[in-house]
Design a protein around this ligand. Sequence first.
Ligand SMILES: NC(=O)c1ccc[n+]([C@@H]2O[C@H](COP(=O)([O-])OP(=O)(O)OC[C@H]3O[C@@H](n4cnc5c(N)ncnc54)[C@H](OP(=O)(O)O)[C@@H]3O)[C@@H](O)[C@H]2O)c1
Length: 244
Amino acid sequence: MFDLTGKRALVTGSTQGIGEAIAACLAAQHAQVYVHGATSMEKCEAAARRMVGDTHVCLQDLSVVECADRLYRQTGDVDILVLNASVQYRSAWNEITPEEFSRQINVNLRASLLLIQRYAPAMLHKGWGRIVTIGSVQQVRPHKDMAVYAASKCAQMSLVRNLSRQYAPHGVTVNNLSPGVIDTPRNDAALGDPVYSKQVIAGIPMGYAGTAEDCAWPVLLLCSEEGRYITGADLPVDGGMGLQ
Ligand SMILES: NC(=O)c1ccc[n+]([C@@H]2O[C@H](COP(=O)([O-])OP(=O)(O)OC[C@H]3O[C@@H](n4cnc5c(N)ncnc54)[C@H](OP(=O)(O)O)[C@@H]3O)[C@@H](O)[C@H]2O)c1
């Protein structure tokens, strides 16, 4: 079950956190996995060394318009594309700068479209492919200081629904996974603050933050042959946080 032998995968933003757990999980199931980051090749290599399996590394800032072609030159075609990298700024609605707006939209939304445009044609030609975007519980429960981040994830979900319908006849599924509060380096400061952390945890029906691995296993299902009949879905992995 969930055997990915012979499949090639790219997981964006897999130097740490949720992306690293997803990449490790796919590699453990025998996919050849490209570990990707924006900061340094050393960080990508360090993450790859923590994984068991056939891993490779690639480096590309996804905020630039040439990102898809540059990344493709490093990886070639893949069967599985996990769009996990994102940037997130905390600013009150009336303090969001044009730079913060552009960077969040470019990395979280534009890069998703550009990468799909670059990588999907080979999947469609082959008649098999898996695309998974990582969204957020903020699609349904937006944080007041992350209006643009939340909007970027909603827009990405719209892209998923649109493309999943078009790709369905060709064996290529497109799904989104929406994490709630997950204990990753991104949340070190927030979850390390006992007062704020208590407030956040109080809003999670299950009463605790998830782990990166809680997200990785459902992504594996979506990427596997066993998940072939799931497309256009938005799968919450949030301990019930998105329930109204
Ligand atoms: N953690 C949560 O509670 C939570 C909740 C809801 C949704 N999510 C979503 O889950 C995904 C992973 O979150 P996380 O907490 O694991 O993130 P994280 O720990 O902050 O890791 C972010 C990853 O994205 C890469 N990245 C950042 N900026 C980039 C850029 N401009 N171009 C290319 N790559 C870039 C980073 O690479 P470098 O290491 O090289 O900088 C890193 O590998 C994100 O899409 C996030 O929005 C997370």
